[in-house]
Design a protein around this ligand. Structure first.
Ligand code: FES
Ligand code: FES
Length: 156
């Protein structure tokens, strides 16, 4: 049976009527039409569905939406402000850090959380931070460079 759940998504309160076993990814994509987080493996292995919950990256494909009630959910759609991309998004473009882009929203969300707790990272630390975000197209190096560039003197 469906029930009402109040979610905070990108700073907005959103009420949804969902089944107890609805995943956060299903609710974001199908109910709220926020399709930035992607479903690839659907089993917590690839990171394509990564969003932030209270600032921490989670695989939304294996997180129940009800678990996120009362917590701050951030998705890639919340990063740009007043038509201006987030510095990480700009850096990914500048560094040609994606090809098909399927992994990119999840990787950027992981990077955002990481830079918040490690504002001056090494390349090795960045590689570790995005190790849960699988990319089938690139060699990761451009993404690592983009994250490193963002770390230097920009808003997180
Ligand atoms: S789709 Fe969620 S981890 Fe792969
Ligand atoms: S850019 Fe295609 S999966 Fe990463």
């Amino acid at each position: 049976m469906k029930r009402s759940v109040l979610l905070s998504v990108n700073g907005e309160r959103r009420e949804v009527f969902i089944k107890p076993n609805s995943t956060l990814l299903e609710v974001l994509r199908d109910e709220l039409l926020l399709t930035g987080a992607k479903e690839a493996c659907g089993s917590g292995e690839c990171g394509a569905c990564t969003v932030l919950v209270d600032g921490k990256p989670v695989n939304s494909c294996i997180t129940l939406a009800m678990e996120a009630e009362g917590k701050a959910i951030e998705t890639i759609e919340g990063l740009s402000k007043e038509g201006k991309l987030h510095p990480l998004q700009e850096a990914f473009i500048d560094h040609h850090a994606f090809q098909c882009g399927f992994c990119t929203p999840g990787m950027i969300m992981s990077a955002k959380a990481f830079l918040k707790r490690s504002p001056e990272p090494t390349k090795e630390e960045i590689r570790n931070a995005i190790s849960g975000n699988i990319c089938r197209c690139t060699g990761y190096e451009n993404a690592v460079d983009a994250i490193l560039d963002t770390a230097v003197g920009t808003e997180k």
